[in-house]
Structure formats: C-alpha cells, structure tokens
Write a protein that binds this ligand. Sequence first.
Ligand SMILES: [Zn+2]
Length: 427
Amino acid sequence: MSLIVKIGKKGKAIAKRVLSPVETHHISYTRRIERVKTDRRILAMTFDDGPMDLPCSPDLFDGRSLSDVILDTLEEFGAKGTFDVIGDTSDNYPDKAGAPGSAAWGGIRYDHYPDFGKDASGGAVHNDRLIRRMLGGGHQITNHGYRHIIFGKKPFVYGKRVFLGSFDGALEDLTRLHRVLSENYGYEMTMGRPPHYVDRVQGGLSSYDVYDVMGYQYLAASFDGAGWLPSTAGDRQTAFEEEVRAMAEPVRAALEKDPDFFCGQIIFQKEGCNMARRTPVAVGLRRQLEILSDYGYRVVTVNELMKESPFTDVGRDDPDFEKFETLQRSRAVVFSDNRLRPDAPMKTGELAMLLCPKKRLLESRRKAADDKKATLYRCAVEICAEEGLIPAGVREDAAVSALPEGLFDSTEDMTRRSVLRAYRADR
Ligand SMILES: [Zn+2]
C-alpha cells in the first residue's frame, strides 16, 4: 500500500472519529454543536485555519487570496460562512516542514498557516482587511486557537507535536485570540473548535472545561465538506479535479437520496491548503452551493442556525420549546452532545447541574483539576448538598425522587421534561 493511500485511510478514520466521536455525555455548559433540529432547508458551513491571504493553488482567480475567493463565492449565493480562525503561527519556530502529503506537511512540531514559512500571510493578526471583510459581510468568526497548538497530547497521530498540556495554557491561548477580536473589532466570539479536535487537556479536564470558562459552545460539524485530503489520482491537474469532485458529489448524492438531508446540518471545510498544497475549496465550494441552492437551501452562520433550535433533538414544534430555549441560556440543562433527552428520568447529577451556580461550580472543578473523579456532576452534587438543595450522600446517577421545595411548581413525574418544565427560572 502506498504511503499516500495509508495516509488517506488514516485521514478518513480520523474524519469519522472527528465527526461522530464515541463518548458518554453529561449535562454541560459547553455543548458540542454538530447539527440542530429543524425541518427547514437551512444549514451552516465552517471554514478552519484562516484567514489566508495567499493566492489559491492552482491560481485560477488572478492572484486573489483564498479567503477573498471563498467570501466572493459565499456572497454571490447570499450565503454566510462561519470562519474558525487562528491568530498567528509565526512564533511556532524552530521547526521543520514534514513530508509533502503527510499530516506534518506544514510543520513537524507545530502547525504553520497558511503554509510553512508563510505565517505572515495567515491568521487574524496579519489580516485586518480580511477580518473586517468577514465581519462587515455578516459572517461569523469563531476561535480556533491563537497559535493552533493542540491542547493535550495526541500520541497516535500527532506524536511529535508540541502541545499546551495545561488548563491555564489552553485558556491563555484562547483568551489571547478572543482579545484580538474583542479589542480591535468589538466582536465577541461565542464558539471554539480545538486544533485537530484534541479534547484532553490536563488530568480530567478537557476542552469543554476550558470553553466553560470562556463561555463558549463547541463548534463541531455533522458532514465533511472534503477537499482537505489530497487525491492520489494521476497528475496534479487530475488530482485537483478529483478533489473538487470529492467535495461536490457526496453533497449531490445525499440530496438525491433525501432532499431534506442537510436540514440543520453543519458542513466542515478548510480555509487553507490541503496536504498537497492545493485549495480545491476555491472551486468545490461553488459546486456545493450550486447544488444546495437547486434544492432551495440557505446557508447561514452557526449562530443563526441555532436560532432555529439550539438543540439536536428538540425543535420548535415541541410544546415546551420556549421554556427549554429560555432555560438553556442561563442554566446547564443540555447534554454535551447538545441533546435535551426530555423523556429520560431526571438523575441527581443533572438536577444538581440545573441548580448549581455556574461560577462556584467551575471554581470547584478547576481546583480539583488533577482528580479524575471530580467530575462536574460530583462537584455540583457536593455544592447542592452543602446548600441543602439535595440530600447529602445521594449518588449522582440516582434517579431524582423528590425536588427541593420552593424552586419548582408541581410536576406530574420525574422525567427531565417534567422537572425542567416545573423549574421556576425567574426565582
Ligand atoms: Zn485547524
């Protein structure tokens, strides 16, 4: 098997894990937003690793930068993008470029965007004009990390990569980029996606804990827009055409099978070169948008998409939608996979998450950073027991049998729906 095929297979396996990870889910302030529940033909597209001020590769656009080409294309279709930007990778040296076509093509110890040695053409810090263009055009910007350094160790795929490795390090990196946007543009980012989707940070803490402090949601995706894996077909031109086809054809095939397939979905794309230093997105995006608009789809920002419904499993047609929607703005009531699970029985840990003051809970969690047993649930249950809101010594996974007085109107049963509906949010 050739090296490139091996990488391709590895890449596809990574893509699969990235798009549908196997993990258990808990109530969390930060939720993984992959898609939302709606039957309207509306979707979002995210673009990682930009902005990129280099011309497209191959340059079919008279030297215009890739970011400008993406923005021009989106605007032509009345579409709004969600740009998951970085700050600056020029401090990520000394380093060497890895083998072309490998995951280390843009650097062995670090990532360099838009390309190795060309850091000054990438990132929000070097691209004031592009950031202004994105914001002026009503697109959304999200936090992909200032230096695009992975938060924690990832031995299998990124064994030689430098990683931040601490909660404070990850928080500092995110805050640095957050400030670039807030201080220079008055723009407050509300979502983030960890570099290479590496979640583990330190001890029992993950990117979710860091985002909790940032007040962010976790920007994920439900559909791979492709183009980021190099094609191995024939010469450069043939390979490029194949990469463009790989972006468009799955979209067409999915819609031929089910015209409502993309309702509420988030499509993952890159605002940069693929491992072969090509930018099929510059051409493939137009093909995708042509197909999607033939089916009457509208492309909106992820924030806008979440106005349809902020949940994956509960939509506007639910009788309790408004109550749930209001509650999720200030309280931890949704699972980390963005599902409400209204028909499940309410567990003690979930009730404690609803009742616990956020600031106190996060402080307690952070103090116990290296204690893997100190989950958010455990901390919340302890705090609520101290406050006399739930009886002491009740296990976090025990079903709730009685509710604290004064905080709830009467409930018919102890399902999550009934308990959340009865909660007096205005107390
Ligand atoms: Zn990235």
